[in-house]
Ligand binder design. Structure first.
Ligand code: ARG
Length: 459
């Protein structure tokens, strides 16, 4: 019985669809994963049809129980038939086997247009929750490393040139906050998805007075769609999820890029853990950060998913159009990509070891030039004059091939009369940090406070 071909449409055609049409139209290989939500929303719909006077309560309960059995069958691995066009057809076919006649009343007043919009929204809301937990894992790995390295120093870079000394914790947390913003965007995208289309029918609204507020409540939506034409053609929520994931992908890519650079022999700041390093088939010495490179690489595909969806939406006439079936490829592809990446990035971070001596050694005295200029400013020299004076000192040290610390006091006095012998203390990188205790700065107290706030967000 379950092996009989089942169609949700076709009565008005003399013959069947051409194989080429069936093939291009068939979406079940993509949308099968909507099944738990399709079942959930159909159960709510069955009960809604009781209030609408379409089903009796016993009929609705027979449908609900039948859908539970359908869920059991699919969960146990029941495969769709070649003739199942999409997940809705598949579930409907199995339901007819499980529930008999009442199953034939379930599709009253609804269309696959409001059905798929509802199911995709439920899936997207769930995906946002899952991705959120995985982003938290990456943040947790950053915070755990950051806690170990508050007092360790490293160069911060601008233009990838050594700029100023910072706490290693400060650099690690610089990757925490973009992820925090990603979580806010995911939460907003989830809220954007939490608008119930069910009850919109194909385009004009259901002809039966289904209690939409009750459906909203039972299915966990925040509001109901105010316009049935808009509701069946609206995929803004998919675009919003995809944008949030694209930017998340960009942030993972930037974490990856920093670590790939810092793990190179030239930097040598970090070493990748064995469990997150790959070897080479040819070069026995290699320790490659593949997961991080894939984080960088997948960012491109995420952008592609967002672009594909936006291009699909642009130029569509109002209401549902089959183009919209493509939304799920992009949405699922992007969620799948970050679902693979996030644990790999979290693990790559958690298993890093830091070569603190090497990071510290990369903090050269020339990086204290700004601090020297600030020193003169504290003695009431204008910043412009200080900048010029220190610039001359940097040039002198460079020409002599020595560190700023090795320049004689005569050189300092010649560069600017406001220099005192206490200037050498200013060349200590720790003193640079001490001057930066304002909120958001790399002073150690400020960094500890930042770390406290970050850790609290993980609770
Ligand atoms: N598989 C379709 C999709 O994903 C379901 C909606 C089909 N609606 C229709 N009028 N053919 O968009």
């Amino acid at each position: 019985m379950s092996g009989t071909e089942h169609k949700l449409w076709g009565g008005r055609f003399a013959g069947g669809p051409a194989p080429a049409l069936v093939a291009v139209n068939r979406s079940i290989t993509t949308d099968l994963r909507l099944w738990p939500f399709d079942i959930q929303l159909s159960q709510a719909w069955a009960r809604g049809l009781v209030s609408a006077g379409v089903l009796t309560a016993p009929e609705a309960e027979a449908v609900v129980a039948g859908l539970d059995r359908v869920a059991g069958r699919i969960a146990a691995g029941e495969a769709p038939m070649a003739s199942d066009e999409d997940v809705h057809t598949f579930v409907d076919r199995l339901l007819h086997v499980e529930a008999g006649e009442p199953a034939s009343r379930l599709h009253t007043g609804r269309s696959r247009n409001d059905q798929v919009a509802t199911g995709t929204r439920l899936w997207a809301m769930d995906a946002c929750d899952r991705v959120t937990l995985m982003v938290r894992e990456v943040q947790g790995a950053l915070v755990a490393q950051a806690e170990l390295h508050v007092e360790a120093l490293m160069p911060a870079y601008t233009h990838l040139q050594r700029a100023q000394p910072v706490s290693v914790c400060h650099w690690l947390l610089s990757h925490f906050w973009p992820l925090e913003r990603d979580l806010a965007r995911l939460a907003a995208a989830r809220a954007g998805a939490a608008v119930l289309p069910l009850g919109s029918g194909a385009i004009a609204g259901s002809a039966f007075p289904v209690p939409r507020e009750q459906l909203r409540e039972v299915l966990g939506f925040q509001s109901i769609s105010p316009n049935s034409i808009d509701a069946v053609g609206d995929r803004d929520f998919v675009a919003e999820v995809l944008f949030a994931l694209s930017l998340l992908g960009a942030h993972l890519s930037r974490i990856g890029e920093d670590l790939i650079l810092f793990g190179s022999s030239e930097f040598g700041f970090v070493r990748f853990g064995d469990a997150f390093s790959t070897g080479s088939s040819m070069m026995p010495q290699k320790r490659n950060p593949d997961a991080l490179e894939l984080a960088r690489g997948s960012g491109a595909r995420l952008l592609g998913d967002l672009t594909a969806l936006l291009a699909t939406l642009k130029g569509l006439p109002s209401g549902y159009n089959k183009d919209l079936q493509e939304d799920k490829r992009s949405l699922f592809g992007a969620v799948d990509a970050v679902t693979l990446l996030l644990p790999a990035v979290a693990g790559s971070i958690a298993t890093l070891t830091f070569d603190r001596a090497r990071m510290r050694a990369a903090v050269t005295s020339a990086m204290m030039a700004t601090d020297l200029a600030d020193y003169l400013v504290r003695k009431r020299v204008t910043f412009r004059d200080s900048h010029g004076a220190v610039g001359r000192l940097v040039r002198e040290a460079e020409e002599k091939g020595i560190e700023m610390t090795a320049l004689s006091f005569e050189s300092y006095a010649k560069a600017h009369p406001a220099f005192d012998r206490d200037v050498y203390a200013e060349l200590d990188p720790e003193s640079s940090l001490r001057h930066r205790e304002l909120p958001g700065g790399t002073g150690l107290m400020a960094v500890r406070e930042q770390l406290r706030v970050a850790a609290a967000l993980l609770q």
